[in-house]
Design a protein around this ligand. Structure first.
Ligand code: FAD
Length: 453
């Protein structure tokens, strides 16, 4: 079969790959997004909040394609904007998962990016420090996809791994990774009663133009009130089990509470077993919730089709984002955007979530170098698998950061392809100018620099 040729090839049409594809195509590059599933949007399609656009003190630090997507989702009634919340984060941005994939696909098409569904990259061809092709399994057999620049948005750093770049997995020392989980979708619920019964603090309340009253759209809490029945019936392995709720609708809610431990998201056999375990766990938990928790009487539910991986491989790139970078809210000259969501780690052994706020002014910069794998010149990595320690990854893995780093990586890949220059030696100030032109936010320091030029 003949090779397929592009300027930029993006591997993985998840949250990050969507932003990368839109950015690269808008920059004029002939862009392809390769995605095994029959939809784009990755984990955002499971029905979650895009955490987070605003710092603890309610200063917005994420704009660009991320904000455009929220605006487009609001326009179709599938988002309610950034809603203040008094819990572990100051504002939440819930979106409908199915509408996310629909809007994402529209935006990719409008930008001119081609998406090939049913396409899994299973190897790379490499000549010295240059990736020369992607060995891609698709209907009909293996096909080689060639481009000047490649973007790894696979979540698992698959391309960097195939290319032989250094990577690492999980907690330093133990290699333990956060648990995998599966969302549940409940219909015909009374969200106000649920929030009043389980919410740790007052729920995030939003208004919709098509509904008369404000509705709860986000809250979290525990099933502590049902510890005895949970223990007796073996619903969850622990007491005081945590649960997270989100929605944009008046009478539907997504419930995030399942977990399977010790699963390596890059191992297809382990993931297949986890898929089965999670589905059964969701059925058990869903029946318990319907029977016992006020607000769920008369509801019906469905476990999500796919399981979500919080943590697997990360590249060890030209720079690794550290705990101190997060705790001090550090800034970098080669910033390509900011992250303001707290570190959010679901403990690898217990699954219980803990949160640590970003320090300094509440946001840290993502250095361009943290997107660059070592040893290859024309590959850039973004999203969940960029270069960060286990602790820092607790912040970088979330979806607003993924959209920020995806936009930066797609833009950089297009610029490098256009100039026939290696990504590793791209003029970062030119990239920053281009990102700023496209509405991305690079932080106050960059604004000051730009103003004095
Ligand atoms: C249960 C759960 C709840 C979460 N809750 C939140 C939340 O409330 N808010 C928040 O902001 N974040 C949340 N997160 C984190 C966040 O959703 C993910 O970290 C984020 O979606 C990662 O984006 P990504 O683009 O890197 O990966 P993904 O969205 O997973 O996309 C990766 C894509 O690459 C494709 N792919 C993989 N390998 C290949 C290959 N070899 N070839 C081609 N394509 C490939 C996949 O099919 C997929 O579409 C949650 C995560 C989980 C698991």
């Amino acid at each position: 079969m003949t090779d397929l040729n592009y300027d930029v090839a993006i591997v993985g049409g998840g949250v990050t790959g969507v932003a990368a594809g839109i950015a690269a195509a808008r920059s004029g590059a002939r862009t392809v997004v390769l995605e095994p599933r029959p939809f784009v949007g990755g984990n955002a399609t499971t029905g979650l909040c895009l955490h987070s656009f605003l710092t603890r003190d309610m200063r917005q630090t994420v704009f660009g394609i991320a904000q455009e997507m929220v605006d487009r989702l609001i326009a179709v009634g599938a988002a309610v904007g950034h809603v203040p919340y008094g819990g572990f984060v100051s504002a939440v941005t819930p979106v409908d998962g199915d509408w996310f994939r629909i809007v994402a696909a529209e935006m990719l098409a409008e930008a001119g990016a081609q998406v090939i569904y049913g396409a899994s990259v299973v190897g790379v061809e490499r000549d010295g420090a240059t990736v020369t092709g992607l060995v891609t399994a698709m209907k009909g057999g293996l096909r080689t996809v060639r481009a000047a620049s490649y973007v790894d948005t696979s979540g698992d750093a698959d391309i960097a791994t195939f290319a032989g770049c250094p990577t690492r997995k999980g907690e330093e020392g133990t290699g333990k990774m956060q648990p995998v989980s599966m969302l549940m979708h409940f219909h015909n619920v009374d969200t106000k009663t649920i929030a009043a019964t389980i919410g740790e603090v007052a729920p995030a309340m939003a208004t919709r133009p098509d509904h008369p009253e404000p509705i709860p759209v986000y809250f979290n809490g525990t099933f502590s009130a049902w510890n005895d029945v949970i223990e007796r019936e073996g619903i969850f392995p622990n007491r005081d089990h945590k649960v997270f709720f989100n929605t944009v609708w008046p009478n539907r809610i997504n419930v995030n509470t399942s977990a399977v431990f010790g699963v390596d998201g890059t191992d297809p056999l382990a993931m297949s077993r986890a898929m089965q375990d999670l589905t059964q766990q969701c059925v058990r938990a869903g029946n318990f919730i319907r029977k016992h928790v006020p607000g769920f009487e008369g509801s019906y539910f469905m476990p999500q089709v796919v399981a979500g991986v919080r943590e697997s491989r990360n590249i060890v790139g030209e720079y690794e984002i550290t705990k101190e970078d997060v705790l001090e809210g550090r800034k970098f000259n080669d910033t390509v955007g900011q992250i303001c969501f707290p570190v959010d780690i679901h403990h690898p052994d217990t699954g219980q979530a803990y949160f640590v706020d970003v320090g300094g002014d509440g946001a840290f910069d993502v250095p361009y170098r943290s997107l660059l794998p070592q040893g290859v010149d024309n590959l850039i990595v973004a999203g969940r698998c960029l270069s960060a320690t286990h602790f820092a990854h607790g912040a970088t893995r979330n979806m607003a950061p993924c959209l920020v780093t995806g936009q930066a990586a797609g833009t950089a890949a297009a610029m490098a392809a256009g100039r026939n220059a290696p990504l590793a030696r791209l003029d970062v100030s030119a990239l920053q100018d281009r990102l700023a032109e496209e509405g991305a936010y690079l932080g106050r320091a960059f604004e000051r620099n730009a103003a004095t030029v």
